[in-house]
Each structure stands twice: as C-alpha cells, then as structure tokens.
Write a protein that binds this ligand. Sequence first.
Ligand code: NAD
Length: 506
Amino acid sequence: MTQERRTETPAIRLLPEVDAFLKRKHGLIVGDGRPSAASSATMAVMDPATGTAVSNVAAGTADDVDVAVRAARSALEGPWSSLTPSERQRLLHRLADLIERNGEELAQLETINNGKSIHMSRALEVGGAVEFLRYMAGWATRLEGSTLNLSTRAPGAARYHAYTVREPVGVVGAIIPWNFPLGMAIWKIGPALACGCTVVLKPADETPLTALRLGELCLEAGIPPGVVNVVTGTGPEAGAALAAHPGIDKIAFTGSTEVGKRVGLAAVSRMARFSLELGGKSPMIMFPDMDSELTGLAANLGVFFNQGQVCACGSRIYAHASIFDRVVADIAGMARSLKMGSGLDPDSQINPLVSAKQQNRVLGFVERALEDGAEALSGAAAGDGPGYFVKPTLLVNAGDTMEIVREEVFGPVVVAMPFKDMDDVIARANDTRYGLAASVWTRDIATAHAAVARLKAGTVWVNTHNVLDASMPFGGFKESGIGREHGAEVLNNYLETKSVCVALPA
Ligand code: NAD
C-alpha cells in the first residue's frame, strides 16, 4: 500500500533542559526526592521514532516499593493530614502552574519517550493535565458528608442524630500504562491529593520520564515530601510488589484487562480498595443518515488518534450496508494520505508506536486477520526505515468471530463491517467482553437515543469519539473495568465513608 514517506529530521529544536534531563542519572522520587534506589540496575528508555536508547532510569525493586510505601504512610500521618482543604487546593493549583510553566519541557520529553505528536503532548498531556488538576483542586474544598434522618427508634423520648464523614482512604498505589503517561499520572494524583491521600506512582516500564519530572515538580510546588513518590521499574517486579504491599490502602490501576485482573485479586486478598480502568474494543456505529462529512473525523479522532493506542479506540466500525462502500473508500483514502513521521516533526500525522514489542504485537494481529480471510484496504505493514511505525490499516471482510473483531489491538488498525438494522448492530456491538465506550453517528436524535440506551458501554458519544473531560465520568462496563475516573464519581475511589450515630438524651 502506498504511504507518503515519513520525514527523517525532527523539525523542532529540543530545549537544553530536555537534553540535560535525558543525560541525568535518575533515581527514584521517594520522600524528599534525594536520588535513591535499592539496586544499581537500570532500564533503557527508548525513542520510538528512531529505535535508539535516549536515557536510563532506575529499575525499582520490591525493596524500593517498600521504602516508598513507608514514606507515603509517614507523610499521610504527618503534616499532610493537618493541612486544610484550601491548603491542599492551593498546592494542586501551584502544581498546575508549574506544569504549565515547564510545559514545553514536559511535552518534548513525552514525545521523545512515547513517540506521540508534539501537538498532542502539548495540548493533551500538558494542557489536559493542567485543566484536570485545576478541576480536581476545586474538589478539595467541596468534599462533604450528609446528615441522615434515622427511622430507628431510640429508647424513651431520646433521638438519634446521624451524619456521614468522608475521610481519605489512605496510601494509594497508582499503576499506569504508557499511552498517556503524564495524563494518566495526573488522573490518579489529582483526585488522590484533593481527597487527602498520599501516593506511590509506578509509571509504565516504557514511559517513566515525565513521571519523574512530575515528582520533582510536586516537591517544587511545596507538596510535602512523601505525599507523591515515584518508583520506576518493571510491572512484574515493582508493579506486582506495589499491588501486593500490605501498606497500600487502595490500588488505582490503568492498563490491560489481563494485568488488571491480577492486580484486583492481589488487592482483594487483603481487602485493599481498588479501581480498574482496563481495555476495550469499542464500536463506532454509522447509521445511513450520518453526515458524510464526518467520516474523516470519525477515523482520525476515533481510530488513528494517538496511533490507535487509546483504550476507547473505535477499533470496530459498523457502517450501514447502504453507506458501507463509501465509508470504507473514504477511510482508506484518508489512511493512505496520512504523513508518517517522528512526533517531533510538527507536520507528521501518524507517529511511531511506543515500542518494538507493541509494533510486533499489532502487526501480528494484522497478519493473522489476513490469514483468516480479511482484506486490507490500507496499511497492513510496518513503516519503512527505523522506528516502531505501523501504517494506518483498514481491514474489511472480517467475520464477527475473528480475533481482529474481538481482541484489543491497541494500534492504528480498524476493522469495518456492514450491518442491516438497529437490532443487528446493537447485538453485534454488545457481543464483546469489553464495555468501555461506543459512538453513534446519525443526524436523527431518536436513532441516537435509541442506540445509546441499548449500548453496554461506560461512555457513548454521538457524532464524535474519544472526547474526555475532567467533569465527565469515565470507565468501563464488563471487563473494561471497575469504578469510574473523572467528575465527582472519582472521589469515591479515594474516600471512605464513616457513618456517625449520636444518641441524644431525651
Ligand atoms: P499493561 O497492563 O501491560 O501495563 C500497565 C501497567 O501495569 C504498567 O505500569 C506495567 O508495568 C504494570 N504491570 C505489568 N504487569 C504487572 C503486574 N504483574 N503487577 C502489577 N503491575 C503490572 O498495559 P499497557 O500495555 O501498559 O497499556 C495498554 C493497556 O492499557 C490497554 O489494554 C489499554 O486499553 C489500557 N488502558 C486503559 C485505559 C482506561 O482508562 N480504561 C486508559 C489507557 C490504557
């Protein structure tokens, strides 16, 4: 398949502080942030656009996790607990200001480490993190319980006065994936700190850089040492140790369904609280009356956004049989026209995947789909030259039971299938173990609401896809997770409710 050759030279100049950060010997951010790590083992940090190592970070061990959890516990029981809600709010705003002030440095580090477009790093990772933190900062001063009207009779003429108090759940272990490294870190740290918790953050093995810089900014903002700790390391070592640590009161996990189940089991075995934001295989349903001008937007935003490395990626397109040929022709044309390149090249539209492992995994799905009888209308190959590129791929002629229709690919790969009518498409859209998101494309409000009501998904978009906001709860039905992030609902993840019942004298 043709695909415009990607550019070889990054077009933006790296800041000197980015260069310096990459060259630094990185420790962990534990307590006051003085460089530390139990062993001298390190992990290479790769630039996905070139496939070369650009930095090294500490490979944290179970001992490092233990030290970090103890630091988080003593911070929880120390000065952090005596801060007023408005003091916590001010610290979160100060952190947001520092992220904004150091935004270009963070964005460049993110693009170098994850491979994503510099525009995305600036707007979503940095800009989104700032917005999200400011939203969550507001909750710090708005946490409240309620007064309760009891029907239980007290002896004699006595009465009961009852109310609830919301208290921080305690020390939070946050484990995050590599697709939105800074954003995901903030999705955990923001509400946890607003609620008065302390955090040990384990970034993904592949993308530790912005988490380490964020840990430094937390200290610079005046957040007391030990409130936010960052332990870099592998999932099986540092991640598993965090999930199993008896000093963790709550695990906040985002990642694959397979690892999420293991983390949930580790948490529940000692009754630690847990919330899981997991994978998806989200349908995009295109009804016959959809605005044809929106097909390009649907593919760009819903499928190829972040190279398809999005938990809510619209990786199954169901287009009504009457518009199917036009829809796939439009998407294939658009996919072939996207310019591949380094995320540091502002003109590039498709950037590398995060790792060689992910590139091979995605290409494996495509290869098996083709062997099973699917046909590729675009892509279906790695990009030329170095780096972990995969050409944007549109597959058709796939049966409902094929792996490519059922399993999460997490890459720039979409499978399109025609449907007959509403009953047919809803049954097929819901026929999945996942339930993270879906989108409905129609000009008819009744069609939209009828489909929304029948879809089993945590978020349903109408005439758009992949739109998230700090105020809008996000999370999955079925095997896409347990609990919700964002909005007021996320606070339930970080608070315990205490009921108080006072017997008043007659
Ligand atoms: P992953 O499950 O492999 O890893 C996620 C995190 O878990 C990483 O930090 C990893 O080091 C850690 N980990 C791995 N093994 C572990 C273990 N045994 N114990 C504890 N921690 C362990 O996922 P990934 O490949 O980094 O990310 C992609 C997945 O994340 C996709 O399935 C995607 O859908 C999902 N995701 C979900 C959301 C959401 O909000 N629902 C958002 C982004 C990504």
